[in-house]
Design a protein around this ligand. Structure first.
Ligand code: FAD
Length: 371
């Protein structure tokens, strides 16, 4: 049905990035009528600028429910990517062969060891890890330099091509009958009787349920329905090199080798507001760190760099929030939209469809910021 001829849906989703698209697929798979109102190409879009890791290591070291949630999400990935490929023909390039996080100083080693222990503790030992000393590490990856003291390793980690993931989710939305409406910049939302009315510059849309997945815009848009969603930008810069012969057996937090053979080098954490630009000093620092870890990369050419803004909550943990005043209005914000994609298409979509509070998700309400 063409978008303009219909304005009433079971569920409206604002934002068609990795989060909105995954949730839309999950809800539409139940047969509900879903529309996704997405903004324009000039919006900030973390989903188009990220590192592509499916990462559990260290997540939730000081927030036990997040450690459990990340583990659940990562375990679903193999099945989820197979399901996406069956449905869309798009292989998102999942390589879940583990992940390494290198330690260059004693302080880093101690901090990492503590984080790994905490995550294992919070998950009742389900999260398994190893702290590898320099010799053990070089047995696995001989190219690692003598400057590296060791690394943490977890078999749960991996990586995907995040742009193929976004493409597959959009293809799936289309196949499930979701009305995806780009260029529909939401201006305001209100509740009218039993439905929500969302206004874009072009028209109003109505639905029984409304889910805000608008990345950094969630903070502003959710205020209309009395939801306080305190997200802030945190810039990351990333580099892409020429193709090099395969040498990495798994993902690492500092460098990942794409299936095509290029290296993606990441990433910085910069509190610079709404500024997506790249800077020579950070690019240089990232490249130098990669060479400190893998000296043979000194001769490899960097051919692209970009900056993108993370959608950060004050505690770095996702927000899965339903408005207390306006049941049926939800906000979803996170800075690990790749890692959590399967969970968003499954548990989060089920929660929104059923309205029932799920114990896995309950700790992530934005109410935690109001104490
Ligand atoms: C440098 C960097 C590295 C990262 N690395 C990883 C990683 O390795 N692994 C991982 O799991 N995650 C990673 N992330 C995080 C991941 O990219 C995000 O969690 C995810 O992309 C968030 O998706 P989103 O859909 O919430 O937001 P976005 O991608 O920002 O999408 C928001 C959407 O909302 C739309 N929108 C905004 N305002 C409006 C409006 N008013 N009306 C209608 N639509 C609107 C926008 O157009 C956009 O399409 C990284 C992020 C960055 C920046």
């Amino acid at each position: 049905m063409p978008l303009q001829s219909r304005q009433n849906y079971d569920t409206l989703i604002v934002g068609g990035g990795l989060v909105g698209a995954a949730v839309a697929c999950g809800i539409a798979a139940t047969g509900a009528g879903v529309a996704v109102l997405d903004g324009g190409d000039r919006d900030f879009r973390a989903s188009r600028g990220n590192f592509g890791l499916v990462w559990v290591q260290g997540k939730g070291a000081d927030f036990p429910a997040y450690a459990r949630l990340s583990g659940v999400a990562a375990r679903q990935w193999a099945d989820f990517s197979a399901e996406l490929e069956d449905a869309t023909g798009i292989d998102v390039g999942l390589q879940q062969t583990g992940g390494y996080d290198f330690c260059l100083t004693g302080d880093e080693w101690q901090q990492r060891e503590w984080e790994m222990r905490q995550v294992a503790l919070h998950t009742g030992g389900e999260f398994e890890y190893q702290m590898l000393d320099a010799a053990e590490l070089r047995q696995r990856i001989p190219e690692v330099s003598g400057e590296v003291l060791g690394a943490s390793y977890s078999a749960a980690d991996g990586h995907v091509n995040p742009l193929y993931l976004l493409r597959a989710l959009h293809q799936r939305m289309h196949d499930l009958g979701v009305n995806y409406a780009p260029g529909q910049v939401v201006q305001a939302s209100r509740r009218h009787n039993d439905e929500y009315v969302v206004s874009t510059l072009q028209q109003d849309y109505r639905a029984a349920k409304l889910v805000f997945c608008a990345g950094l815009s969630n903070q502003r848009l959710c205020r209309d329905l009395d939801m306080h969603i305190p997200v802030q930008p945190l810039r990351g810069q990333l580099l892409i090199t020429d193709r090099v012969p395969v040498f990495l057996p798994a993902a690492t937090l500092q460098v990942r080798q794409t299936r095509e053979g290029t290296l993606q080098i990441g990433d910085s954490h910069e509190d610079v507001g709404l500024d997506e630009s790249t800077t020579l000093d950070v690019i240089t620092r990232l490249a130098q760190r990669a060479v400190r870890i893998f000296p043979h990369l000194a001769a490899v050419r960097v051919n692209r760099a970009w900056g993108a803004l993370r959608v950060m909550t004050p505690d770095g943990v996702p927000i899965y929030h339903q408005s207390a005043e306006h049941p049926g209005a939800y906000a979803i914000s996170c800075h690990s939209g790749v890692t959590l994609a399967a969970l968003h298409a499954r548990e989060i979509a089920n929660w929104i469809c059923s309205g029932a509070q799920d114990s896995l998700i309950a700790p992530f309400s934005a109410e935690r910021f109001n104490v």
